[in-house]
Design a protein around this ligand. Structure first.
Ligand SMILES: [Zn+2]
Length: 135
């Protein structure tokens, strides 16, 4: 396990390749609850698989942006990135999203209206589309 922790500390090198379907379901349920506001959370992964949604204390939801207060997070290298929702059918990252992506984590999900199992996209730090396998 100490090897995994070391790998986690070098977040840039670690690749996240899959996500549990139950995590997608939870993000979609939360996004629906927040609609028409945005929902935001962090993502935790084990061995390259996103297994958990971490709610960030003090996240501000608004109809144009959900601001993650990343400084509220504990130092936890199993956190690999973020997820947030768009209350429109547009799953493309905004300029603000790209700014966040470049500063934090290595995988970022955007869930978009109508919040079905397939209404999401994943991006890397540079805002490039990332293929994630749903397990
Ligand atoms: Zn966004």
């Amino acid at each position: 396990m100490s090897r995994t922790r070391l790998a986690g500390a070098c977040m840039k090198k670690k690749t996240t390749s899959a996500i549990l379907g139950s995590v997608i379901d939870m993000i979609m349920a939360s996004a629906k609850d927040s609609h028409p506001n945005e929902f935001a959370c962090s993502l935790r992964a084990e061995d390259g698989i996103i297994t958990e949604v971490i709610l960030v204390p003090g996240t501000i939801s608004g109809n144009t942006s959900a601001i993650l207060r990343l400084y509220m997070l504990p130092i936890d290298f199993s956190i690999v990135g973020t997820a947030h929702s768009h209350p429109s059918p547009n799953g493309n990252p905004s300029p603000a999203d790209l700014g966040l992506f470049s500063r934090y984590g290595n995988v970022h999900l955007i869930a978009h209206y109508p919040y079905t199992r397939s209404s999401w996209k994943a991006y890397d730090r540079q805002g490039q589309f990332v293929e994630l396998t749903v397990l």
